[in-house]
Unconditional design. Structure first.
Length: 368
């Protein structure tokens, strides 16, 4: 029954993310159609080109999910097109569109396109060079010059449309992904608490089997939130909408989800480390000689408190944090005096308390 409830909650949490995804895709489709049509009209009627097919093609490169990426890809495409055209001109004028000319153009263009600066647009160099040679032939110069104009118009129109027509700002998707990660982390801590409580449910094989499924969901949520925040970070660059979102974005281009993601990233590491320590303790101390019922009960309560603190991020609760610190100090008290270390032996209690202390400091420190 608990598994079904968890699945319903997980799907409900993922719904906003799917909505933001499809809304973003719809925006891109609308802008791509608009940019392609406007670029063709501009090249056809303003520049007088009869067949400006490169204009709508280049316009599509100005419509990426973020303004910054659109600018990067547009510049790389323009550079690749220009280099390819420059390679085709001398070959077309001297050798012509024959097997020898094709071999020279393709070989040189592939070598030049190996430069990392072209990025994903590297194939544009050999494509443009070969296309210009085969279509332009010995008159490749007269063919290439109008095409350069088409490319310039297309890139300019694509960038203008992507920047001015609801420029993408992927904050909502990142917010939804971070909320889902918070919930997954809190549920993971509660799962570990249930595995820790007396009489040692963590010793049961089915308990760690359930944790394996929980850990897979946590890993998937962590990866999704990281990607969403990276895309959100990129969408803030060169975006005019940032100034209109002062309530969520500050002058440095950061917002709450980005700052909170750093905290959650460390939290996920500590949660996995606590799970590993508990699993190792259940293997090496099956009788509970070290992790006695008193320690288990107190540590399980601490994990539940940490789950609540994670859910309350980034605002937090001062009273809950103070209570968690008090319990942490009470749990650590027996291991602070001289002679509490057993030389050469790993004490799972001290390791677990060290990890919970680090996690507590992490969630109680406001993200900067």
């Amino acid at each position: 029954m608990t598994g079904r409830v968890d699945e319903v909650v997980r799907r409900a949490a993922a719904t906003p993310g799917r909505w933001h995804y499809w809304r973003g895709r719809l925006h891109i489709v609308v802008k791509a159609v608009l940019a392609s049509v406007l670029a063709w009209l501009a090249a056809r009627y303003l520049m007088g080109h009869r067949q400006p097919y490169f204009a709508p093609l280049a316009a599509l490169l100005g419509v990426y999910p973020t303004v910054a990426r659109s600018l990067r890809e547009s510049l790389a495409y323009a550079a690749g097109f220009l280099v390819g055209a420059l390679l085709a001109i001398p070959v077309g004028m001297t050798v012509g569109p024959n097997p020898a000319g094709i071999a020279v153009v393709v070989a040189v263009a592939l070598l030049v396109s190996s430069w990392h600066g072209f990025g994903d647009q590297a194939p544009q160099v050999p494509f443009t060079a070969l296309f210009a040679l085969l279509v332009g032939g010995h008159e490749v110069m007269s063919y290439v010059v109008p095409r350069l104009g088409d490319v310039g118009v297309g890139l300019a129109v694509g960038l203008a449309v992507n920047t001015l027509v609801f420029p993408p700002l992927h904050i909502g998707r990142a917010d939804a992904a971070v909320r889902d990660l918070k919930e997954q982390l809190a549920c993971a801590l509660e799962e570990l608490a249930s595995l820790t409580r007396p009489p040692g449910a963590g010793d049961a094989e089915d308990g760690w089997t359930r944790w394996g499924e929980r850990e897979r969901r946590l890993r998937h949520s962590h990866h999704g939130a990281y990607r969403a925040c990276e895309q959100g970070r990129d969408s803030l660059r060169a975006n005019p909408r940032v100034k209109l979102r002062r309530r969520r974005a500050d002058g440095h281009g950061a917002w709450r989800s980005l700052r909170l993601m750093d905290t959650l990233d460390h939290t996920a590491t500590y949660v996995r480390s606590i799970a590993d320590a508990l699993r190792e303790a259940s293997r090496t101390d099956p009788d509970g000689a070290l992790l006695d019922a008193r320690f288990r009960d107190g540590y399980a309560r601490q994990l539940d408190m940490l789950a609540g603190l994670v859910r309350s991020l980034p605002d937090g609760s001062g009273d809950d944090a103070a209570e968690a610190r008090g319990l942490q100090q009470w749990l650590e008290q027996p291991y602070r005096g001289a002679g509490t270390d057993a030389p050469g032996l790993w004490d799972p209690r001290k390791e677990l308390l060290r990890l919970s202390g680090l996690l507590l400091d992490n969630v109680c420190t406001p993200p900067t």
